[in-house]
Ligand binder design. Structure first.
Ligand SMILES: Nc1nc2c(ncn2[C@@H]2O[C@H](COP(=O)(O)OP(=O)(O)OP(=O)(O)O)[C@@H](O)[C@H]2O)c(=O)[nH]1
Ligand SMILES: [Mg+2]
Length: 408
């Protein structure tokens, strides 16, 4: 009978899946069939009803449409890309010491046995290469407090360490002064110390005082206000006006896929792409959001992104050659960089003359070459023309770099 029941159920499920229209009809037909053939108890009927509604049935599961997650738009991604955080840290306080006396059969006056409290937990800022921004860092961290001591000389447990995970390239500052530069995976900075645990009365036992009642409370943990700043770490930085084609260029030479569109400020946060060479050497190139005249006065996206250029060993100025007098853009870019940090525009560099596929660009190339001393690489990021010259020059800059080594 059970076999027939389950067969009927399968027929019902299949009919249900054929379409909503016939659902009611088919259900009634199968029910009549079932009722006529097998008079059942109410419990059995309920069981069938419940199974019909179950979405875990294999047939239903197959019919279910898997809703795919939409890729996040650049605008939404920006919300998750946080490169600055103000945090308040309070380490755990020490547990208090305890006053207690041992008293057991035949040992009524066993003496003091109050244990010490545990130490408060420290807070450590730790670099994790899987972290991409400071979005997960919250404004307040409280370390774990140490446990109070116990009787029978039991010491309290120490508070466990609280880790704040940050991405590679995070700088820790206190009142504007840099206190730590975290640039290697796994690197740690002990930000605040937990308070020491208090002493139990056993600690105060001496020849003079055989029954001390003194205990001390735990010491409160250290407190600090710190600023965390993320500075993108890449060998080369693409610097240019909005719409110059920086993101298109990064797409053309590396594995990165930043958004490209024909409106200014498409890129709202830095992207890092890796250029791979045959000898397995890898050069990281960062696409920095567009800089405009007055960026150091907080125009456009402001200076917040200039800090990402600070760590680049060399700069690639990307110019839109189809715009009139592109060399004026170069002067303005250098001016903005120097306003942020004097001498920043003097780093080893090259000029990428982009959009050379457009007819108005050709006339500007010679004029640009006659005005600048740096190497000019004409190319078209959109069409992928002459990107090899840039890739090779990037390697020359990388190999010829003799400044301070960037720590990774
Ligand atoms: N014809 C031509 N168009 C290009 C070239 N490179 C980029 N473009 C176009 O220029 C527009 C801007 O390109 P993006 O790569 O988004 O420019 P961007 O410098 O990253 O701009 P922001 O992110 O706003 O700073 C897009 O419409 C690209 O298709 C090129 O070599 N030739
Ligand atoms: Mg861009």
């Amino acid at each position: 009978m059970l076999k027939t029941l389950s067969r009927s159920y399968n027929v019902l499920s299949k009919t249900l899946l054929q379409g909503r229209k016939c659902e009611h009809e088919s259900r009634r037909t199968v029910w009549t069939l079932l009722n006529n053939s097998f008079p059942q108890s109410a419990v059995q009927r309920n069981a069938i009803e419940i199974r019909n509604l179950s979405t875990t049935a294999t047939l239903c599961a197959k019919a279910r449409v898997v809703v795919k997650k939409k890729p996040l738009s650049e605008k939404k991604l920006t919300r998750y890309f946080i490169d600055y955080r103000n945090v308040k840290l309070a380490a755990g306080s020490g547990g208090r010491g305890v006053c207690s006396f041992l008293s057991e059969p035949r040992k009524e006056w066993g003496g003091p046995d109050g244990g010490n409290g545990g130490d408060g937990g420290n807070i450590i800022i730790k670099v994790d290469r899987l972290m991409k921004s400071l979005a997960q860092v919250v404004p307040l961290y409280k370390g774990e407090d140490g446990q109070s001591g116990g009787s029978k000389n039991c010491y309290g447990r120490n508070g466990s360490i609280t880790y704040i995970l940050v991405p590679i390239g995070t700088v820790v500052k206190e009142e504007g002064t840099m206190v730590a530069d975290l640039s290697r995976h796994g690197q740690e900075y002990l930000a605040v110390f937990g308070g020491m645990g208090g002493k139990g009365n056993r600690f105060f036992l001496s020849n003079e005082n055989r029954a001390p009642m003194t205990t001390t409370p735990g010491i409160p943990g250290q407190e600090r206000r710190l600023q965390l700043e993320l500075r993108t770490m890449a060998h080369a930085g693409l610097v240019g006006f909005p719409n110059a084609g920086k993101s298109s260029l990064l797409r053309a030479i590396s594995n990165a896929t930043p958004a490209v569109a024909a409106y200014p400020f498409t890129t709202l946060n830095p992207h890092v792409g890796i250029v791979k060479y045959r000898d397995h050497e890898q050069v990281a190139v960062a696409d920095i959001p567009g800089i405009i005249q007055g960026a150091h006065l907080n125009r456009g996206l402001g200076i917040s992104f200039l800090r990402h250029i600070e760590r680049c060993r060399f700069l690639l100025f990307v110019l839109d050659m189809s715009s009139p007098e592109p060399w004026t853009h170069l002067e303005q870019l250098c001016y903005e960089l120097d306003q942020y940090e004097p001498g920043l525009s003097k780093r080893p560099q090259a000029i990428v003359a982009n959009k050379m596929d457009l007819p108005e660009a050709r006339g500007n190339l010679e004029a640009l070459r006659s005005r600048v001393t740096q190497r000019v690489i004409p190319l078209s990021a959109l069409k992928g023309h002459n990107t090899e010259e840039l890739i090779l020059h990037l390697r020359e800059l990388y190999d010829g770099y003799d400044g301070p080594a960037t720590r990774w």
